[in-house]
Design a protein around this ligand. Structure first.
Ligand code: TPP
Ligand code: SF4
Ligand code: MG
Length: 246
């Protein structure tokens, strides 16, 4: 039987994220969903390299800081060896879709029974805002100072849509942290993804459009508004693969 936790899963302690960063909101939602599902004592994280690695400061849980991009492969092994544990890959867009695209893609392709939560802030936040595979067309970054030229680099990848349309995954969705209404919806996506894993339905992925005010050179408020004005028209919100009967 699962032990009852005596303190809330998300302990009230300082996190390492910049003010206005979206990562902390997502961690709060993950913690809430795990508590509601009685899984907060039963979770293992495969954490990506990037600001996602700061998860360790906010949540008290078993976790492995994976080599850059490899959480898809590491979480495959974690779940196969420990099928009764909830396994979550917590990664950024650079980690999951740039250096780690092979592992992310392969786990979805095999329909591995774990959950990937992927924080899309359209850049490599931790290293100073370089271009990633989700950087918007024309977006200026440290490595695209004239703006991203998609004729040369390709267009921003839409992974949940890819997984939903091409692979036999259990659940795929994209949410946002930009408004309270979006945050409430996002919570329902994360909970659905965890329930899919609990029921052994297979791979579940929730991408989150998230603010990086530090590298976007914006105030926290303007960064949230950028998500609504610029990102959502390209990265649609919603469920791309729903669970059977849900
Ligand atoms: C093998 C390797 N290459 C490059 C780096 C440098 N590096 C650290 S974090 C990072 C990108 C992280 O971006 P993302 O996954 O989008 O996370 P964010 O910080 O934006 O949340 C890079 C390239 C590294 N640590 N290891
Ligand atoms: S650099 Fe960006 S992603 Fe990283 S903690 Fe700061 S605001 Fe968040
Ligand atoms: Mg990023």
């Amino acid at each position: 039987m699962t032990k009852k936790r005596v303190v809330p899963y998300l302990i009230d302690r300082p996190m390492g994220f910049c003010p206005g960063c979206g990562h902390g909101i997502v961690l709060r939602l993950i913690a809430k969903c795990l508590e509601e599902l009685g899984q907060d004592n039963n979770v293992i994280y495969g954490i990506g390299v990037g600001c996602s690695s700061l998860l360790g400061g906010g949540l008290e849980a078993d976790r492995l800081h994976c080599s850059h991009g490899r959480a898809g492969a590491v979480c495959t092994a974690m779940k196969r060896v420990n099928p009764d544990n909830m396994v979550i890959a917590y990664q950024g867009d650079g980690d999951a879709y740039s250096i780690g695209l092979a592992e992310t893609n392969s786990a979805a392709y095999r329909n591995e029974n774990f959950t990937a939560i992927i924080i899309n802030n359209t850049n490599y936040g931790m290293t100073g805002g370089q271009m990633s595979n989700t950087t918007m067309p024309g977006q200026k970054t440290a490595t695209s100072p004239l703006g991203r030229n998609c004729e040369v680099t390709g267009y921003p990848i839409k992974f949940p849509e890819l997984a939903a349309s091409q692979y036999n995954v259990a659940y795929a969705a994209r949410g946002s942290v930009s408004t309270p209404a979006h945050i409430n919806k996002l919570k329902s996506y994360i909970k659905n993804a965890f329930e899919a894993q609990l029921n052994g339905e297979g791979y579940s992925v929730v991408e989150v459009l998230s603010a990086c005010p530090t590298n976007w050179g914006m105030s926290a408020k303007d960064a949230m508004e950028r998500i609504d004005k610029e990102l959502i028209p390209y990265f649609s919100l919603g469920e791309f693969k729903t669970r059977e009967g849900k």
